[in-house]
Each structure stands twice: as C-alpha cells, then as structure tokens.
Design a protein around this ligand. Structure first.
Ligand code: ARG
Length: 247
C-alpha cells in the first residue's frame, strides 16, 4: 500500500494538501494582539499577520478562514484539528517546539514593560521589579507570563484572559507593570495609557514569531518558508509591514 502510494506520487503530504482540497485555509488565532490580529469596529479581524495570511491563502488559491481561539487553548485546538495552523503572533519557544513544528519567523519581537507613571525613574528595567512589593500583569498562556514567572519571580504575578484588562490594572494603579511583546505595548501606551503609563521600550528577550504547525508536517514547513522568502523579496512583506508599523 505504502509503495503504491509513493510510486503513484499521491502520498498525502499534510495540511497544505488538505487546505487546497478543501478550498479553505483555516488559521487559529486570538484576535487580541495589536497590530497583528485585532477586531475593528465592524467586527472584522484585521492586522499585520492577517494581511500576510491573506497573501498566503491567495498564493495557495484558497479562501482564508480565521478561527478565533483563546490563547491558552490554541495548541490543543490545533492538535485536535479545529484549524490547520496557528497564526497568532506566537513566539517560537523551544518548549512549544517540542509539541509543534514552526515555519521560519516572520518577525522578531521581545518583552517590554508598561509601568505606572509614579514608578518612572525608580523602575529602569525588569530587574528592578523583582521584589515582592511589586505586582505584574500579563496575558495567560503567553511568553509575557512565562518571562514574568521565570525572570521576575519575586514579584506578585496576575494573569488576565485579555491584554486590555491586564493593561487597565496598571492604568488604574492596581498593578505596577504590564509585561508584553514590544509591538503591542507601542500601540497600548497611546490607546489606553496616555499620561498614565511609561513605556520601557528596550526589549529584554529574543522572540521570533512564527506559524505553528502539527509535528511532522514538513511539507507545510517547506511551503510556508518558500512563501515567506518570496514575499520578503518581491516587496509584498515590506508593503504590508509599512501599512501597520509607523516609522
Ligand atoms: N508572542 C507572545 C506569545 O507567543 C504573545 C502572543 C499573543 N497572541 C495573541 N494573539 N494574543 O506568547
């Protein structure tokens, strides 16, 4: 059976073949991550990563379906076939890579801090927050949470389901700092915290963001990596990047 399949060239190769056959690429994401995936006033999911995914579906000749999924359940949802891949600003960590395959990164970010205005000057880096008197917030299941627990372990930590709640805890003086990916904090400081938050913009982690795939789906890794090389070199990536990130 195996050789008949291999000889005829019809071996099933993974999620790319599935999506082409179905006519739809299903991508799991938690659309709370500005400016990568977020919901506009009309209820549509838009953003930098969404635009890359639209190009990807176009190149595949299929429709794009975005499947909203809470971040802390997104890996199990991929593994139980709720969608074909994860496209959710996911940091390629070695721990996650034990459970998933990843494409090449499409951007690199790092953790940064939004602190209470009153702490300006007192807190100059994440190290200054490593004290039981400080309370830090982030989003459940993210690298912000992992980094807070690992590298600022003496501080109190409180995780929230959504980023805005975690930021508002600091705006309302209930917490001292929000730890999160730099691109999100750039948007959040002007959106929620004008005059109330101070942005410590020096990233202190190295975090490649990549598309998450089922383990063993090397065909998908190959197709997506070649797609990324193409859009990086034909101007598509730069055009999309310029649209969402102001210089
Ligand atoms: N890069 C961080 C992580 O992988 C945060 C991603 C959050 N993504 C989202 N769609 N809310 O944990």
């Amino acid at each position: 059976l195996l050789s008949a399949c291999a000889l005829s060239g019809l071996a099933h190769a993974g999620m790319i073949d599935d999506a082409v056959k179905a006519g739809t690429l299903r991508v799991g994401m938690d659309p709370t991550y500005m400016p990568f995936e977020m919901t506009n006033k009309r209820g549509e999911i838009i953003g930098f990563e969404v635009d890359i995914l639209k190009e990807m579906a176009k190149a595949m000749g299929v429709k794009l379906e975005l499947v909203s999924t809470g971040y802390d359940g997104i890996i199990p949802a991929l593994l139980t076939n709720k969608f074909d891949m994860i496209g959710s600003g996911m940091t390629l960590t070695q721990e996650r890579n034990l459970r998933l395959n990843f494409s090449d990164p499409f951007i690199v970010v790092g953790q940064t801090l939004l602190i209470r205005k009153e702490l300006e000057g007192t807190i100059k880096s994440y190290k200054d927050l490593n004290d039981a008197k400080y309370r830090i917030t982030s989003k459940i299941g993210t690298t912000g949470e992992m980094v807070a627990k690992k590298r600022i372990s003496k501080a109190q930590y409180h995780g929230f389901d959504n980023e805005p709640e975690a930021v508002m805890d600091v705006v309302n003086n209930k917490a001292d700092a929000f730890i999160y990916d730099a691109p999100y904090n750039v948007v959040a400081v002007s959106k929620f915290g004008a005059g109330k938050l101070v942005y410590l913009d020096e990233p202190f982690t190295y975090e490649p963001l990549a598309f998450g795939l089922k383990k063993g789906d090397y065909d998908a890794v190959n197709w997506i990596n070649n797609f990324l090389t193409q859009i990086r070199n034909d101007g598509t990536y730069d055009r999309i990047h310029a649209k969402w990130f102001k210089k």
